[in-house]
Design a protein. Structure first.
Length: 349
């Protein structure tokens, strides 16, 4: 029904406006009696074999919603009803940001892809942490952290630390987003020495907060989100960084700046301009990154796989390559909410 009727109508309109419309519709719909229980009965699978224990956390299933979909944590309970084992919010920055000028979100229908240059638009860590404080869901929540677009390199670390401190009591794990192509210069965030410095600073803060002994102050897992465009030398550096810092894991991979092999015309790509590519076109690249990290490290650390998951087969491919958990994003938009159930059913079988 979604792909035959709902998606064709939604895809007639601007993708960012559709996103906000859908969020408003879900918010209103879930206030009606029985809607939540009906949605859960349609899309949620409960099975012990789906449970995963990772980072000291118990995931009810290994299928999550990737960061960027619910940036401001406004639909945690509602989206959780579609069968997700976890949801990652953000990317969160210290202060509210409008993001890049519109239009900044583009569908590539022929490729089942999306190009975005949103630019970390979000309501800021204070507003988001207040919303999470009042949530009524036990679903595992990840907090994806980033820097302010206009921050100078000298302030990058403090941006991450500000968000980390504010969100520490309200999320279950953290992600250091150092690979988004839409927030100005990323040169420093790709530097091995700086990454070690950043990770170490956040880990030190983690220990300080947990040693304070306040409610919800136990040490939280920290992961690094990397790009799918890294070469083998750079990927080996990621393995070395994980080994040196003992960071808890890696999310592979973010959006891509590579436009190779797309069906969409060169003219259309020129009209769209720069941005991060997600969806089916990045499937093989992200899987290759997962496989390299897993094999070359001898499976030394957990990996969350994301990028081009549009079917149960795509998810199983990521897991076979070495992913411990998977996340969907663009596939959820193109294939609909049944995708999560489809993946979980395949995992049981």
């Amino acid at each position: 029904m979604y792909k035959l009727l709902i998606r064709p109508i939604l895809f007639l309109f601007d993708p960012e406006k559709v996103h906000h419309f859908t969020f408003s519709l879900l918010k209103i719909s879930f206030k009606l009696p029985f809607v939540k229980s009906i949605v859960k009965s349609l899309y949620t699978i409960e099975d012990k074999s789906l449970e995963r224990n990772l980072f000291g956390l118990k995931f009810k299933n290994p299928v999550g919603l990737g960061a960027g979909f619910d940036k401001n944590a406004v639909l945690i309970s509602e989206l959780g009803s579609f069968g997700f084992g976890f949801i990652e919010i953000g990317t969160v920055t210290p202060e509210p940001q409008e993001g890049n000028p519109k239009k900044r979100l583009f569908r590539l229908k022929s490729d089942k892809g999306i190009i975005n240059r949103m630019g970390f638009n979000n309501e800021g860590v204070v507003a988001i942490s207040k919303r999470l404080r009042n949530r009524n869901s036990s679903l595992i929540i990840g907090g994806n952290l980033g820097k302010m677009t206009n921050s100078t390199p000298a302030k990058y670390t403090e941006d991450y630390l500000t968000c980390f401190r504010q969100l520490h009591s309200y999320v279950d794990y953290f992600v250091l987003n150092v690979s988004c192509p839409n927030v100005g210069s990323m040169a420093k965030l790709q530097d091995k020495d700086y990454l070690i410095e950043l990770i170490t600073a956040v880990q030190t803060e983690n220990k300080l907060i947990s040693s304070a002994g306040e409610k919800g102050s136990k040490s939280k897992p920290i992961l690094l989100k990397i790009a799918p465009d890294l070469n083998e030398v750079q990927l080996q550096e990621i393995i070395d960084i994980v080994a040196e810092t003992k960071i808890d894991g890696v999310i592979a991979a973010n959006t891509s700046t590579n436009r190779t092999g797309l069906k969409v015309s060169e003219k259309r790509l020129e009209e769209i301009g720069n941005g991060g590519l997600s969806g089916l076109p990045v499937k093989d690249r992200s899987t290759a990154v997962i496989r390299f990290l897993s094999e070359k490290s001898n499976k030394a650390f957990p990996i969350i796989g994301i990028g081009g998951i549009h079917s149960a087969e795509d998810a199983l491919e990521k897991i076979d390559a070495g992913a411990d958990l998977v996340q969907v994003f663009t596939g959820f938009i193109y294939e609909g909410p049944g995708l999560v159930k489809e993946i979980n059913k395949a995992l049981i079988q």
